[in-house]
Design a protein around this ligand. Structure first.
Ligand code: DX5
Ligand code: ZN
Length: 226
């Protein structure tokens, strides 16, 4: 079953607890938390305290997406705050296996993310070791961008690698996913869909945003992009 992971980057931070609760009530499967350090990406977001705050408002699994340099020094604090899955970027440093080993040693699931400009084949050495592969469908750093169309063939490439190397590995798509393109992402092989703006800035509100994406994910009305 394909899962929906609302990204709280687009939530109303002054009402974060309510926003997360609304996602859970509407049927979202997990909560995606974007961490930015103003070095790996040109933006700054939140720290482990925000994860702890979400933890107190939902029983849903929390996943953290570390868009930071030198992730290893931050990983323990995020796991301690309640994250069950920690994703690091392949481009964040020369020793990604070490980050994966650290995440596992601390009892969490490990994810490996790649930027749109990174060859999908570079994921190959990591895939047998991780529980999740994240294909960025925008250059990371900001919510509200448009999904890059080349993300669809890239998802298909990674889906193929996963089926060969680690069939249990999840394939997550992140960036610019909305009700119009989500079925194309799923058709290309995504098994976890991250959505920020299309959830929290949906015209009918957060619950409506979740509802529309869930309907499309499960095969409801809506065309596919080529
Ligand atoms: C981008 C983040 C995404 C982003 C998704 O740097 O990793 O998770 O918040 O937001 P939307 O859905 O608005 O592109
Ligand atoms: Zn993200």
């Amino acid at each position: 079953m394909v899962q929906l992971a609302p990204s709280i980057l687009a939530a109303d931070f002054a009402r974060l607890g309510e926003e997360v609760e609304a996602c859970e009530r509407a049927g979202a499967h997990r909560i995606h938390i974007d961490i930015m350090d103003n070095h790996f990406v040109p933006n700054l977001s939140m720290g482990p305290e925000v994860v702890g705050a979400c933890r107190r408002h939902t029983g849903l699994p929390l996943e953290v997406h570390l868009m930071v340099e030198r992730p290893d020094s931050l990983i323990p604090a995020f796991i301690e705050a309640g994250c069950g899955t920690v994703t690091v970027h392949l481009e964040a440093g020369p020793q990604p296996h070490r980050s994966v080993a650290l995440i596992h040693r601390l009892g969490a699931r490990a994810g490996m993310a790649i930027n749109p400009g990174t060859a999908t084949s570079l994921l190959r050495p990591l895939l047998p070791e991780v529980e999740l592969a994240l294909v960025m469908s925008v250059d990371p750093g900001f919510g509200g961008q448009q999904l890059l169309p080349q993300s669809l063939p890239r998802l298909r490439e990674v889906a193929k690698l996963i089926s060969r190397l680690n069939p249990g590995c999840e394939l997550e798509v992140d960036g610019g996913v909305d009700c119009d393109n989500v079925s194309s992402c799923v058709a290309a092989g995504a098994t976890v869909v991250v959505a920020g703006t299309s959830v929290f800035a949906a015209s009918g509100g957060t619950a409506a945003g979740v509802g529309c994406l869930l309907k499309r994910i499960s095969g409801g009305a809506g065309g596919q992009l080529s």
